[in-house]
Design a protein around this ligand. Sequence first.
Ligand code: AP5
Length: 208
Amino acid sequence: MSGSVVLFGPPGAGKGTQAGRIVVRTGKPQISTGDMLRAAVAAGSELGMEAKGYVDAGLLVPDVIIIGLIAERLQDDDASSGVLFDGYPRTIPQAEALSKVAEVYAVISIEVPDDAVVERIVGRRMDPETGDIYHVAFNPAPSGISSRLIQREDDNEQTVRKRLSAYHQQTAPLADWYAQKGLLVRIDGDRSIDEVGMAIEEALSGAL
Ligand code: AP5
């Protein structure tokens, strides 16, 4: 199936977790602007240096940077039959730019209350070797790898509150924008990872 899917929701909603499952099922490449920005920061590139201040402060990186990053990524061969966007678009200008370069056929909005977001973010741990996402209580890593797990620098309560504020002010209005286009599918994300995954599968069944 050509065309792309957008995973939408607040920080910690479970976009990355669910993206991993959808990628396995569909073979569509996952495009996470957060992962791309962290890779640029780690590489010390000009883009990374420019983005770091925004990411560390819990602010959105300016649209012009993000739109350029996506336009370049969509030139890659693996993106020709549609992709899975994780955390993009996050503003109406980003969504308008996306509509010119890709066909989006579903926007999955994973809805989670703010308090649950904070608990998820503060307890998140990442495996730097595989990119796998864990949580100290809700999705513990196998004991053999626990010593290599890392915590993202922006995964602290103070920064996540700022990320939530950016989400409510700049990103949440996109839900109505996509609803008006008939593309928005609201999923209750405040339940187990498997239950959320099954609800997304059902929502996308027939389309994938
Ligand atoms: P980004 O990396 O995209 O961060 P985010 O949107 O804040 O999302 P997260 O990665 O924090 O959460 P997630 O929804 O993927 O949740 P996860 O599956 O990991 O962006 C970082 C920064 O980059 C931004 O703040 C901004 O500065 C910049 N940026 C990125 N994209 C941008 C853009 N388009 N425009 C401008 N700036 C941009 O799950 C979280 C935790 O919860 C995990 O521990 C997981 O195990 C657990 N969990 C998942 N599901 C469940 C469940 N159902 N029940 C219990 N626990 C669960």
